[in-house]
Design a protein around this ligand. Structure first.
Ligand SMILES: [Fe+2]
Length: 539
């Protein structure tokens, strides 16, 4: 399908963004007696649910989007042909202008003790999304929040800032939720596991066009425009298990490639004919509109959204959240005529090892060094998109996949060098993207098997996305990469981590059947990391 221009959405200038930041950040901004812009809307304004995320110390971001017609819109744009769909693009047809949305934060689920309330603007140019940024909250307790519009009251969400002091923390690691391959039923069990946070490391949506032979096909072509990405996020957010998981606890979010396009690097995707910069801008805007992201993340409108950041839970743990998509060089040795990744060997692709190539970008790497050198908590969890440890394939000769850290070995060596230099306490990498669970000892030098283990890695499987790996290929991969202690491609699911002062314990939770709304989930294995001893041990 040819690239289409973005629909006529007025870009925000910096003043508007600052105004929005102020409007959403002031508790009690709603003044009784002020006339609210709340025209009557047909349909449930809160059909997409609510969500929250922890911000800096004592702060949270609350999110909703006023989308009363979203079900009708999805039905309307479920048009029989691509031509009809493209002709309808741009006709979003939601409520016009800005809407005023009230919100409340309470100490209890029944809202008997409301501790903050206010009104925030939901501007049409941001798809009537609402981002409420609150700080000065008590770091040692949960809160409940809800939004109000006219007579409508949103579902209630539970949130909390990063806890302090903290001696224990439970979190789930998830990634890669492909709508078309199954229901997001893994979240039903995750909710029963009752984590304090979900750590989500990317592929929240998949941007691709539909395929009729999939389990849950959607009717849309590959997303290119703001309109397309809004529709795709809406479709995903309508999954009831996903909505409930957002209501259950705050999410620590970062993104990977499919929030924009497969294997994109900086602003270049697989298809060189598509205007990658415009597509990325549209995708970033829709992502912001559907996620509890602080307005301060918008560095240059939607041309640059800063996702890398540090989050502390008291003296227990520091999360360093990375973004390895936005600033990376293109994958090495790209096949002729297209962008994206491939499998390469050293003989045909010396470029892969070029020390000038970057994955994080110079600015983020400098930030990472500074954060690693700063005084820190007992555990250092580096939350990023893909498999960090070397995953060399050695079926014929050593080959490497160019999209993950294996495609940027010099950058990986720089990060390992930082760990050696800064010695952050108990470094643990979390990742996703490869739709396979891996537990790894992170080596100071992956090409020298006797080099010391300096960190630990847990790479989570997918919520639903498939893999072509099987047990035989996993076994071969482990043989070629002895630092990989465990691999499992058979299960979709998530990881459940219990972090204490002395031990990190990680349960690998496997879903039995992703075509069930409420599937059975079982623990496949449990691995632990002890304080002061890098590397994983089977429990
Ligand atoms: Fe994925």
């Amino acid at each position: 399908m040819p690239a289409s221009p973005s629909p006529a959405v007025r870009p925000l200038d910096r003043r508007t963004l600052l105004k929005l930041a102020c409007a959403t950040g002031v508790p009690g901004a709603w003044r009784p007696g002020r006339v609210l812009a709340q025209p009557a809307l047909a349909g449930d304004p809160f059909a997409l649910g609510v969500a929250s995320a922890p911000g800096g110390a004592g702060s949270v971001v609350l999110w909703t989007r006023i989308a009363p017609q979203v079900n009708a819109q999805i039905a309307r744009f479920s048009l029989p042909s691509t031509e009809d769909y493209v002709a309808a693009r741009g006709a979003w047809g939601d409520a016009p202008g800005k809407l005023d949305v009230r919100w409340e934060l309470a100490n209890d689920e029944g809202f008997r003790t409301v501790v903050r309330r206010g009104t925030s603007e939901a501007p049409a140019e941001l798809a009537h999304s609402v981002h409420v940024e609150l700080d000065g909250l008590a770091p040692d307790r949960p809160y409940w929040y809800r939004f109000l519009y006219g007579d409508a009251v949103s579902p209630v969400g539970r949130t909390r800032p990063m806890p302090a002091p903290a001696t224990r923390l439970r979190f789930a690691l998830a990634s890669c939720q492909h709508y078309e391959y199954g229901y997001f039923g893994a979240y039903e069990t995750m909710r029963a596991d009752d984590p304090d946070f979900v750590v989500f490391v990317g592929d929240y949506i998949y941007e691709g066009g539909t395929r009729a032979d999939r389990f849950r096909p959607h009717p849309f072509p590959s997303a290119r425009t703001l309109f397309d990405y809004r529709l795709r996020h809406s479709l995903y957010k309508l999954d009831p298990a996903l909505q409930k998981m957002h209501r259950h606890c705050p999410w620590i979010l970062t993104w990977d490639d499919h929030e924009v396009s497969n294997d994109y690097a900086r602003d270049v995707g697989e298809d060189p004919a598509v205007d990658g910069a415009a597509r990325r801008r549209a995708a970033y805007q829709a992502y912001y509109e559907h996620m509890p992201l602080a307005t301060s993340a918008l560095v240059e409108r939607f041309g640059h959204v800063r996702m890398y950041r540090r989050l502390d839970a008291g003296a227990l743990v520091t999360f360093l959240v990375l973004d390895d998509r936005q600033y990376r060089d293109r994958q090495a040795c790209q096949p002729t005529g297209r962008g994206g990744s491939s499998m390469v060997d050293d003989a045909s692709c010396p470029q892969r090892r070029d020390p000038a190539r970057t994955l994080l970008g110079a600015e983020q790497l400098t930030w990472l060094r500074r954060e690693m050198l700063a005084p820190r908590a007992r555990w250092t969890i580096i939350t990023q998109q893909t498999a960090f440890s070397r995953m060399m394939r050695n079926d014929r000769n050593p080959r490497y996949w160019t999209d993950g850290w294996d495609g940027y070995p010099a950058e990986r060596a720089r990060v390992l060098g930082l760990i050696n230099e800064a010695r952050p306490p108990n470094p643990v990498f979390l990742g996703g993207d490869v739709h396979t669970t891996y537990v790894c000892d992170v080596k100071a030098d992956f090409d020298a098997p006797r080099s010391p283990t300096i960190a630990t890695e847990f790479c989570g499987t997918s919520i639903t996305s498939p893999t072509s790996l099987d047990a035989k290929r996993i076994a071969a991969l482990i043989e070629a990469n002895p630092h990989v202690l465990f691999g499992d491609a058979a299960h979709r699911g998530y990881l459940l981590a219990e972090l204490g002062e002395k031990t990190l314990s990680v349960e690998l939770r496997g879903v039995e059947d992703i075509t069930q709304r409420e599937p059975k989930v079982a623990t496949i294995a449990t691995w632990i990391v002890n304080d002061g001893r890098p590397g994983a041990l089977r429990a």
